[in-house]
Design a protein around this ligand. Structure first.
Ligand SMILES: CC(C)(COP(=O)(O)OP(=O)(O)OC[C@H]1O[C@@H](n2cnc3c(N)ncnc32)[C@H](O)[C@@H]1OP(=O)(O)O)[C@@H](O)C(=O)NCCC(=O)NCCS
Length: 168
């Protein structure tokens, strides 16, 4: 569900892993405001039995990716654009107490479903994420994103081709 006032964001803990505190702080301090300003929309994972407690969340925003960052097989047949439309996973986190239980993978399936739905109404050829090095395994090994390069600041750019997503 979308982030709303009914979600108890102060219950969300994500501080155990190196570099994860900003993800906890984003939900508590900035997600509502960003959503109001249409800068990012935040989706919350909850249990049906306790729909106010956030188990995890992700935030999405419109973005684009440079053609130079894409493998040639992923632009085959496309016009020679310099940039291609994309959906950015700006934030993605599971509460420390619920990690390694398959929820991250489950939440990513939901991101894929939203991406496919969006791509039916708006040009959106790639799903992209700038991952912390410590979470790169999740995108690369668990979710089969394609690793592009290290960005200034140390995060790693990954993408997934929406056409591939449709055939998965
Ligand atoms: C990264 C994160 C989203 C993953 O979510 P999760 O719910 O913990 O992950 P899942 O339980 O779905 O997947 C864990 C799987 O990866 C495997 N795994 C764990 N560490 C691994 C590693 N270093 N390399 C490869 N696989 C690993 C586990 O064995 C498990 O495999 P299984 O599903 O076959 O049992 C979550 O740990 C998290 O929020 N971390 C802190 C915040 C963060 O780094 N977010 C990413 C923002 S860039």
């Amino acid at each position: 569900m979308h982030l709303s006032d009914s979600i108890l964001i102060n219950d969300f803990c994500c501080a155990n892993k190196e570099g994860s505190l900003p993800l906890q702080n984003f939900l508590k301090r900035h997600a509502h405001d960003n959503q109001k300003r249409k800068l990012s929309i935040t989706w919350i994972l909850v249990q049906k039995s306790d729909p106010h407690i956030p188990l995890g969340y992700f935030s999405l925003a419109c973005a684009s990716i440079d053609v130079e960052d894409l493998n040639s097989c992923d632009t085959k047949g496309c016009p020679k654009y310099e940039r291609f439309p994309a959906l950015l996973i700006g934030k993605f986190a599971i509460d420390d107490r619920y990690q390694m239980k398959g929820l991250g993978t489950q939440l990513m399936d939901y991101v894929y479903a939203l991406t496919i739905k969006l791509s039916e109404n708006t040009g959106c050829r790639y799903l992209i994420v700038e991952s912390k090095p410590t979470s790169a395994w999740f995108y690369e090994e668990k979710c089969n994103f394609i690793r592009v390069r290290e960005l200034d600041g140390g995060n790693i750019l990954f993408y997934k081709n929406v056409i591939t997503l449709l055939s998965e």
